[in-house]
Design a protein around this ligand. Structure first.
Ligand SMILES: Nc1ncnc2c1ncn2[C@@H]1O[C@H](COP(=O)(O)OP(=O)(O)OP(=O)(O)O)[C@@H](O)[C@H]1O
Ligand SMILES: O=c1ccn([C@@H]2O[C@H](COP(=O)(O)O)[C@@H](O)[C@H]2O)c(=O)[nH]1
Ligand SMILES: [Mg+2]
Length: 243
């Protein structure tokens, strides 16, 4: 996408800082310990590179991560309406593909029912198309990347990294309670699939959070409390970014 114009600048290696190991067994991620640069400085630098290079302006990209039911979708809807972000939910894009009745959709449905991760090329392709069809200068990518392979595929195909990663930190029992009370008819909101999704989250998604923590890109938000209380912390973060 922007790789031809921005790739060299955005994808240059920054350092070989060690990546902290995953916090398996923890339901709450410890605060990021290894920051190359403070988060605010990182955001400022990526804003600068977003604007560089003439006509094609790379949008500001925020990945929104957190366990199943941690409130990603709820908070993204608020960020989109209050701060003018486009909200791209990877899960919704996959569910739309299922609804389209395509062959790919059948494969996706089988994977979602099992709480597993859809192959990266399928998800990144859907995200790429959605990004191309929005003119937004600020984009939230909700619920992606789910694993290191997803992350690497995004960086290769889209040709850039996120400017910011928000991590909603929520205890497991609260996530289970929320998912069982969601009542939106999702095929994966049943206790068997929820248990699998939680395992996948711990083993595959937390390493992605750890990776971006080591690059100083993660802003962790305590996801316990009312949606309004949590949005208070979210609002504070986005108000400080001034995009
Ligand atoms: N702070 C909160 N307190 C209580 N319930 C909440 C809170 N935030 C969201 N919910 C509710 O919990 C459920 C899950 O929220 P949401 O869909 O936003 O989570 P999610 O992280 O996007 O989940 P998933 O990963 O499964 O898509 C929804 O029914 C939502 O209304
Ligand atoms: O990048 C992604 C996002 C989602 N999935 C699959 O979809 C379900 C539901 O996702 P939500 O974000 O909770 O709506 C998830 O459990 C995965 O099976 C995916 O594979 N890759
Ligand atoms: Mg969601």
């Amino acid at each position: 996408m922007w790789r031809r114009r921005f790739g060299a600048l955005l994808l240059r290696p920054r350092s070989s800082a060690p990546i902290p190991s995953s916090s398996s067994g923890h339901r709450h991620l410890p605060l990021p310990v290894s920051h190359e640069k403070p988060l605010a400085l990182n955001i400022l630098l990526s804003l600068f590179t977003s604007q560089a290079g003439g006509d094609a302006v790379k949008p500001f990209i925020a990945f929104v991560l957190g366990g199943p039911g941690s409130g990603k979708g709820t908070q993204c809807a608020r960020i989109a309406s209050d701060f003018g972000f486009a909200h791209l939910s990877a899960g919704d894009l996959l569910r739309n593909e299922i609804s389209s009745g395509s062959e790919k959709g059948e494969l996706i449905l089988d994977i979602i029912k099992e709480g597993r991760i859809v192959p990266s090329d399928i998800t990144v392709d859907l995200i790429r198309k959605a990004m191309e069809s929005t003119n937004a200068k600020k984009v939230l990518i909700d619920g992606f990347p789910r694993c290191e392979e997803n992350r690497i595929a995004f960086e290769r195909i889209i040709g850039t990294e996120p400017d910011l990663v928000i991590f909603f930190d929520c205890p497991e029992d609260e996530m289970v309670k929320r998912l069982l009370g969601r009542n939106q008819g999702r095929v994966d909101d049943n206790i068997e699939t929820i248990k699998k999704r939680l395992k996948v989250f711990e083993s595959l998604n937390i390493p992605v959070v750890d990776y971006y923590s080591s690059r100083g890109k993660v802003h962790k938000i305590n996801a316990m409390g009312t949606a309004e209380e949590i949005f208070g912390a979210v609002r504070k973060l986005f108000s400080s970014i001034r995009l």
